[in-house]
Design a protein around this ligand. Sequence first.
Ligand code: FAD
Length: 435
Amino acid sequence: MTKMHTLLLPLFFTFLTLSQSQPHSDAPPSSTVCIIGAGIGGSSVAHFIRKYSPDLTPTTKIQVFERNNIVGGRIATVTIAGETFEAGASILHPKNLHAVTYTKLLKLKDAVDRFSKYYEETGSRPIFETVDEMLKWSGLFNLTTRTLQDELVDAGLSPLLINELVTVITRINYGQSVYMSGLGGAVSLAGSGGGLWSIEGGNFQMAAGLINRSEVALHLQEEIKSVADLGDYYELNSTKGNSYICDVAVVATPLDELNIQFIPPISIPERKLQHTHATFVRGLLNPVYFGLKAAAKIPDLVATLEDPKLPFTSISVLKEHNEEESTYKIFSRQPMTDILLDSIFSVRKETIRINWAAYPQYHAPEIFAPFILDGRHLYYVNAFENAASTMETSAVAAENIARLILSRYFGKVSVHSSNLNLKASSQEEDAHLDL
Ligand SMILES: Cc1cc2nc3c(=O)[nH]c(=O)nc-3n(C[C@H](O)[C@H](O)[C@H](O)COP(=O)(O)OP(=O)(O)OC[C@H]3O[C@@H](n4cnc5c(N)ncnc54)[C@H](O)[C@@H]3O)c2cc1C
């Protein structure tokens, strides 16, 4: 979740192509791929289609629809007192969390190593038609069938250690307890032990940069409200009253809380999203609330256990402006009311609240939605989010979707799925033993 690379992509908003709506008429003369959502998932689908098949560029249009007025989705920034901070996907410093020790103790890096199989050369790496196949191939599937708690108990950790220390990490990363699925938990734990990464000016620039480089028509502030299969093509209708004709349609956003109408209807397993309330406060914490004598004694990160009486998951210092004033980020499962904030802070000059439909509520065993929603050319990137929700996993799922499109619609690459079952079973067993 907090894997660190240094990736600097230029900010080219001014060059983003804004295109006009297309008339509602015949099928387009060239192929059109329509992508709903300009987060890291949608922008990565566009990027990988272009990367793997540059020859399609003159004849294949990529249209990206984004309901917000900015790309990035759950990678977004807030500005407080003129300074910019990550509001959603950010980084997590492992220093206070014992994560490095756990990672070594539990061999959780093995889960990360397995994940890195998705970066192997495309020549030897299959294109996956289902999330199950994809996870089985890397040996990660079994981790989605048991809870993190079960995996850790089997690894010999005492319930006290799990409940008091591992819980802190899963709560910060996913707002959930150790009863979440083992894979989500492993990603949360193993990721926090690595180096950190972030992009100056905001991580959302990754999505912006990818869109800019991928020759797409970007429709900002255009929400898609329906997707109809009209036989040879799809018709997308937006809340602006525009219709778009697409040969391939990609859903790159979680469908769980959306009202997009699919004609004919699609069927996906029910999934609940964990809401994380991110509250940003410029001010000063009240030491009395924490049973301390001075604000300076309050640690930079206050994390909490699973206790219904505790009103927040974590409070961290984003920036100390001076002794009297810092900017803090609070994560909580419920909104932070003014009354509550006034008891936690002795000074509160500015407050910004964001209610994120943040990530799936993870359960074991996980049941995955299909990548291919209709057996034709309607794809769903966020089916993979039941495995784990990170910027990186979104990009990995998006790459697979791009390869599926190139293979199934454009006939570009062959699907190497014949050996899947064989490889899967042996690696799944390994995954279990390692944990
Ligand atoms: C508080 C928080 C902290 C996190 N911390 C981390 C972290 O430290 N590290 C990490 O790697 N990950 C983190 N994550 C997870 C990470 O943000 C997500 O996994 C990732 O950004 C998902 O990207 P996505 O493109 O799949 O979806 P999204 O980013 O949700 O993108 C979907 C896009 O689709 C748009 N959209 C939705 N419906 C429509 C429609 N009908 N028409 C047009 N557009 C539409 C949305 O506006 C959105 O822009 C965090 C998430 C949250 C909320």
